[in-house]
Design a protein around this ligand. Structure first.
Ligand SMILES: [Zn+2]
Length: 191
């Protein structure tokens, strides 16, 4: 199986398959499944007061890791998920295909909650399951659409993340690497 590297590549294929019955059936089931949100909300309860979205610290990274984990592990296949943190610190979440996520057919998440979403959005977080963390053309378009009402945006990919401050246009790109190979080469010949 060919591994796709770009979100655009996914976009094209996923949207063309929109009208197949199987796709509709699966998406209906996925959208109705709210279980994936629970671990994220539980963690949010204990850490929401101390989030650093623009330059994520250890606690913020732990929360982001939980979102990525759900995106990879919870569904039938790895799927993109997004989490909006609004001005009241409420979370709004949705799930999509491996390469695309929106609130289409999931707008009860936006309008059905006790408190309506309050602007500006503190952070728009979404995942690129098993892909690199970068802002695709679609993502920049979303950021432009929200201009003035979005403080920060974060993409979570495989072993890396990219946080972006919409006001200063400065980002923090973090990659997590396994350092074993480096360690062994350094100690070689010491004995
Ligand atoms: Zn994206």
């Amino acid at each position: 199986m060919k591994i796709k590297n770009s979100e655009e590549e996914y976009d094209k294929n996923d949207r063309f398959s929109d009208d197949t019955k199987l796709y509709v059936d699966i998406m209906e089931k996925v959208v109705k499944d709210n279980e994936w949100k629970k671990p994220i909300r539980e963690l949010w309860e204990v850490c929401s007061d101390s989030m650093e979205w623009v330059y994520p610290d250890f606690g913020t990274e732990a929360f982001l890791s939980q979102i990525y984990k759900q995106s990879i592990e919870h569904f039938d296949i790895p799927r993109e998920v997004q989490v909006l943190v609004d001005a009241n610190n409420n979370l709004f979440m949705s799930v999509g295909t491996p390469g695309f996520v929106s609130f289409a057919n999931q707008d009860d998440e936006l309008y059905g909650s006790e408190e309506p979403m309050k602007l500006p959005i503190k952070c728009w977080i979404h995942t690129h399951p098993n892909m690199s963390a970068y802002f695709s053309g679609t993502d920049w378009a979303t950021i432009d659409t929200w201009k003035g009402n979005l403080d920060s945006a974060i993409v979570l990919g495989q072993g890396e993340m990219w946080a972006y401050d919409c006001k200063t246009e400065i980002g923090k790109h973090v990659s997590f690497i396994k350092t074993n190979s480096g360690r062994y080469s350094v100690t070689e010949g010491e004995e």
